[in-house]
Design a protein around this ligand. Sequence first.
Ligand SMILES: Cc1cc2nc3c(=O)[nH]c(=O)nc-3n(C[C@H](O)[C@H](O)[C@H](O)COP(=O)(O)OP(=O)(O)OC[C@H]3O[C@@H](n4cnc5c(N)ncnc54)[C@H](O)[C@@H]3O)c2cc1C
Length: 385
Amino acid sequence: MVLDLTPEQRSYKESIERFARDTVAPRAAAIDESGEFPIDVLRAAAAHGLLGVTIPAAWGGAGRDYVSYALAIETIARASATVAASLVVTNSLVAELLAHAGREPQKTAWLRALATGEAIGAFALSEPGAGTDAANQQTFAEKHGGGYRIRGRKVWVANAEAAAVAVVFAATTAAAEPGGRPRGVTAFLVPMDAPGITRRARDESLGVRGLGCMDLDFDIVAAEDQVLGAVDQGFKLAMWALEGGRVGIAAQALGIGEAALAEAIAHAKTRQQFGEPIANYQAIQWMLADSATELAAARLLTWKAADAKDRQEHAAFEASTAKLAASEAAHRSADRAMQILASAGYRRGSIVERLFRDVRATEIYQGTSEAQRMIIAEQILELGN
Ligand SMILES: Cc1cc2nc3c(=O)[nH]c(=O)nc-3n(C[C@H](O)[C@H](O)[C@H](O)COP(=O)(O)OP(=O)(O)OC[C@H]3O[C@@H](n4cnc5c(N)ncnc54)[C@H](O)[C@@H]3O)c2cc1C
C-alpha cells in the first residue's frame, strides 16, 4: 500500500495551485460580495482542463484520474468555494454522467462543449417537495408524439444562470400520477434555451454566493433522443452521478477547511495577548491540532473514495463516508478558526467569515449529512460493506 500521490498527481496539483493563487483567489471576495456567477474564472479554469478533468482527451477533457480531480477541486476550493462547487456540478453531475450514459450523438452534441468550458452544465433533480426524498419527483414526463412533454418545477439548480445544458429528471411510468409516487424516473438532456423553460431568481444565499442557483419551471417538449440512458432508469443515473459529486464535495470541503486552518495558524502566530502570541496557549494549540487531525483523516477518506471511483463500478459507501467526514471536519475547522480569530474573524468581509458561511452548504447539497448516514447505514446493515 502506498498512501501517497504519484509524481504526476503532485505536479498536476502544483499547476492547479498556481492557477488558484493567480486567477481564482484574487476574485473570491468579489464573487462572494456581488453574488455574480464567475463566468470569467470558469472560462479561465476551462483553459486548464478543469471543466472536464476526468473526461477522455478524445472528447476535449484532461483525461486525468479521479484522485487528480479531487486534488484539483480541493485546491480551487481553498481559493473559492463557489468556483469549486460550480466545477463539481459541470464535471461530476453533467459531463461524467454524459460520458457514462450518453449515446454517441448526445456526446457529440454536448460532451466536448462541456469539457472545454464552451458549455456550462446544470443538474436539475431537487424540487419543492423532493429534497432528501429525491425519488418523489413531481415533474412529469408524459408521452407526447414521438417524445415527451415535461412539466414541473426544479429548485436550487446550481449553474442555472449560465448553463447551456441541464440534466433534468422527471417521473415517467404510466403509474405516475400528479401527487402520487412515481415508480420510474427518466433523465433528459435539455438545452437551456429550449422554449418553455422559465428561470426564476432564488433568494440570496448564506454562502457559496455566485453559484448561479435558480429555480426552473419546465413546460417543454423533449424528443426521444434527449433521453439520457434508458427510460425509467434515471434515478440510478442520478445516484451514480452523485457518487462522483460527493467525492467532489468532500474535496471542496477539505479545501475550505484547510483555508480556515491556514487563517487560524497565521493569526495565532501574530496576534499577541498577555504579552505573547496566542499560539503559545494550549487552548489554541489544541484547536489547531484537532482541525489538522480531522482534515488529515478526511483527506484519506477522500483519496480512498476518489481511487474507488477509478477502480469500482460503484463507490456509494466510499463517497458518502468521504463527504460526511470532510464536510463535518471542515465545518469544525471553520468554527475553530472563527474562535481563534475572534472579533477579527467575525468582521464582515474577513476571509474566515466567508469560509464560515461557505462551508455550511457542504453538509446540505448533494445529500445532507443525514442522507449520507442513511446511505452508509444501508451499506453496512444490508450489504455488509
Ligand atoms: C447552495 C445549494 C446548491 C444546490 N444545488 C443543487 C443542484 O444543482 N441541483 C439539485 O438538484 N439540487 C441542488 N440543491 C438542493 C439540495 O440537494 C437539497 O437542498 C438537499 O438535497 C436537501 O433537500 P432539502 O433542502 O429539501 O431538505 P429536506 O429534504 O427537506 O430535509 C430537511 C432536514 O430533514 C432531514 N431529513 C430528511 N429526510 C430525512 C430522513 N429520512 N431521516 C433523517 N433526516 C431526514 C434532512 O437531512 C434535513 O436535515 C442545492 C442546495 C443548495 C443549498
